[in-house]
Design a protein around this ligand. Structure first.
Ligand SMILES: Nc1nc2c(ncn2[C@@H]2O[C@H](COP(=O)(O)OP(=O)(O)O)[C@@H](O)[C@H]2O)c(=O)[nH]1
Ligand SMILES: [Mg+2]
Length: 195
């Protein structure tokens, strides 16, 4: 039966092995499973969140589960998504350089008002990055996207990121015609920078 609970669909994209599946698991069931079954398709998780604007919200998180290897993510994957998280690995320069391409892909498939986020995962390893004097660990700044540093392994920043993004969507829906970037600016003004 239709419960009437608002739904927020979040899609996760990014290079292979950056930790997309681990981030979904950490958010949905608060666990870290280091190795995943790379079956081709879509993995899916649901979590209920309490928001200030809408009360209870059902969050649907979609994980590419292998499609990203072949850059063959289907239109259905993106359909009706309110949030898109582009994940990179803070220890992998190539995954960081790949972010632009994933953002282009997201913009091609998603409406203008989608809430776009860039998440640097594996920040538990930042000390290693700094020790080898690699610059990969620097915060990536992307225009019109919210940037986060997270660790699926340690759990750092993961729930905060998802909650922040869901709140942004709820606020955006409440504001009616306001665009995602207007809402992001408002949130930035009230909370300071997210990075
Ligand atoms: N150190 C560290 N390793 C992680 C983290 N998240 C994922 N991993 C590891 O990175 C690898 C790829 O993770 P996975 O979620 O399967 O990546 P996906 O291909 O993007 O879905 C696995 O070996 C995970 O154990 C993290 O936050 N920190
Ligand atoms: Mg995966």
């Amino acid at each position: 039966m239709y419960s009437g609970t608002p739904v927020v669909k979040i899609v996760i994209i990014g290079d292979v092995k950056v930790g997309k599946s681990c981030l979904m698991k950490r958010f949905v069931s608060n666990e870290f499973i280091p190795a995943h079954d790379f079956t081709i398709g879509v993995d899916f998780g649901v979590k209920h969140l309490h928001t200030q604007t809408y009360g209870e919200v059902k969050v649907h998180v979609w994980d590419t589960a292998g499609q990203e290897r072949f850059r063959s993510i289907t239109k259905a994957y993106y359909r009706a998504a309110s949030v898109c998280i582009v994940v990179y690995d803070v220890c992998s320069k190539s995954s960081r350089l790949g972010v632009d391409g994933w953002i282009r892909e997201a913009r091609q498939h998603l409406p203008k008002d989608v809430v776009l986020a860039v998440a640097g995962n594996k920040c538990d390893r930042l000390e290693i990055v700094e020790a080898i004097r690699d610059k990969t660990g620097e915060t990536l700044e992307v225009e019109e996207a919210r940037c986060y540093k997270v660790s699926a392994l340690a759990g750092t920043g993961v729930h905060e990121m998802f909650e922040d993004l869901v709140d942004t969507v709820c606020l955006q829906r409440n504001c009616g015609r306001a665009t995602a970037s207007d809402v992001v600016s408002k949130l930035h003004a009230s909370k300071g920078s997210c990075c």
